[in-house]
Every structure is written in C-alpha cells, then in structure tokens.
Design a protein around this ligand. Structure first.
Ligand code: DGL
Length: 259
C-alpha cells in the first residue's frame, strides 16, 4: 500500500467530479490529487449497474497500479453501483464515495419539501432508497430524475437557452413549494444558478462535496496517510476523451467551481 506521499485518485464519469475536487483541494491543500474524467463513457447515469461497476473498477485499478494511497469516487452514480464491491476488493485502501446530501437538507429544513435531483441509476438503486427511508420522516423527499442533464453539462456552454429549457422541463413540474434542492449528481453544482431560476428565490441548495472532503480527511488521518503540512499539494487532470479541448474544459470547470 502507498504511504503518505502517495496521491489521491479522484474520478467521475466526466467533468462533474471537478465540483468535488474543488472541495477536496480546499479541505486538504497539502495533498496531491489526480483527477480522471471518463468523459468518453459519460453519462454513467444511463448505463446498467454492471457497466458502471466495470468502468469504475478499471479506473480504480489503474490508480492503484500508479501508486494511489486513497480513492475518491466523485460520482453519486458510481458510488451507488460500485463502492461496496470495490471496497471489498481493496480492503487496505481508503475508498471514499459520495451520496446525495439529504441528511444536511433534512436537518436544516424539518418538514420541508426537499427535491433530490439525481441520475436515473442513483435513484433506482438500494443505496438511495435506504437514504430516503432514513430521512422521509423528517421532511418530504421528492426524487427528481434528470436524464440527459449530466451529458448536456459535459458539453459546456452552461448559459445557453437549450439548457435553461431542459432544466425547466426536468425540475419545473416539482418546483412548487420546494424548500431545498439536493444536487445528487456531481455535475449539477455547475448549473446551481440556472436551477435557482427554475425553483425561485429562497430555496436552499445542498451538495455532497464538502462532506466527502471531510470524510477523506478523517480516513487519511485514521490510516496515518495525511501528507506533511509543510508541503504544497498539486492537482493534475486526465480524461478518457482524447480531444484537444477536453483538459482545457476540465481546468475551466475547476477554476469556476464554487468553494
Ligand atoms: N456525476 C455523476 C453523478 O454524480 C454521474 C453523471 C453521469 O455520468 O450520468 O451521479
């Protein structure tokens, strides 16, 4: 197993995980992070559970062969479909996942109406149903499946009218009386502002990035794997989509991600 000088491998089906990467770097500035976006295979949210597991396993095994000391699955869909299996296959490596931030929303807004935007895979699998069962006594949990949204965000140009129209169609029917929106896919924080226009003023937003970053810190500390505080960390990007503009797009998403 890699020591404290190994890197943290972070992956998603594409640009979405960069919203989590932002939170990781802010929480752990001394660590080296390598981000891999599987944009050639995005969206994961419209694949089968088995396909998402196979794609995730390939990425995790590559990171580990390169010396990763920990893995962050910066994708709700891949966490639901693959985290448990990957943890059982690699018991000696911290593998941290992400889940829709329903808990902080339910605690902040008791009896509120909470929209959970996520991919179809995330909303179909047991992990989400268990989470919803845990919190539905505290608030009204409203699942909002968003087919096509992550794939559209992958293309960039986030202020274009077609994206506004898509959000209106996906979220508009659930918006009346909403108190909170849980961004249950790591792509969606990049269109928070555009979603806010659909649900109206005063609606609070929750995403799992900061919770995931705190969890990674705790796991690294438990295992004695935190990097020296005197060193400066680094961030590198790689993608399965080998087009000239892709890594530039990743860097732009990283720069504009909200801390
Ligand atoms: N960003 C991913 C998530 O958090 C999945 C998007 C996709 O590829 O469908 O669920």
């Amino acid at each position: 197993m890699a020591g404290s000088d190994g890197f943290v491998g972070v992956f998603d089906s594409g640009v979405g995980g960069i919203s989590v990467l932002r939170a990781l770097v802010d929480e752990l500035p001394h660590e080296d992070f390598r981000f891999f976006g599987d944009s050639a295979n995005a969206p994961y949210g419209e694949k089968t559970e088995g396909q998402v597991l196979d794609l995730s396993r390939e990425i995790v095994e590559r990171f580990l062969s390169e010396g990763a000391k920990a893995i962050v699955i910066a994708c709700n869909t891949a966490t639901s479909a693959a985290a448990a299996t990957l943890r059982s296959e690699h018991r000696d490596v911290p593998i941290v996942g992400i889940e829709p931030a329903l808990k902080p929303a339910a605690l902040a807004l008791p009896h509120g109406r909470v929209l959970v935007m996520a991919t179809e895979v995330t909303l179909r699998l047991d992990k989400y149903h268990e989470l919803a069962r845990t919190w539905e006594g505290e608030c009204e949990v409203v699942p909002v499946p968003c087919p096509g949204l992550a794939a559209r965000i992958e293309r960039g140009d986030l202020d274009a009218p077609d994206l506004a129209l898509m959000l209106q169609k996906l979220v508009g029917p659930y918006a009346a009386g909403a108190d909170a929106v849980v961004l249950g896919c790591t792509h969606y924080p990049f269109v928070r502002r555009q979603i806010a226009r659909v649900v109206g003023p005063g609606v609070r937003f929750f995403d799992g990035g900061e919770g995931t970053a705190r969890q990674l810190r705790a796991r690294l500390a438990d295992e004695g794997l935190l990097a020296e505080r005197s060193r400066r960390g680094s961030v590198t990007f790689a993608s399965s989509l080998d087009t000239p503009g892709e890594l530039e797009l990743y860097r732009r998403f990283f720069e504009c991600a909200e801390a």
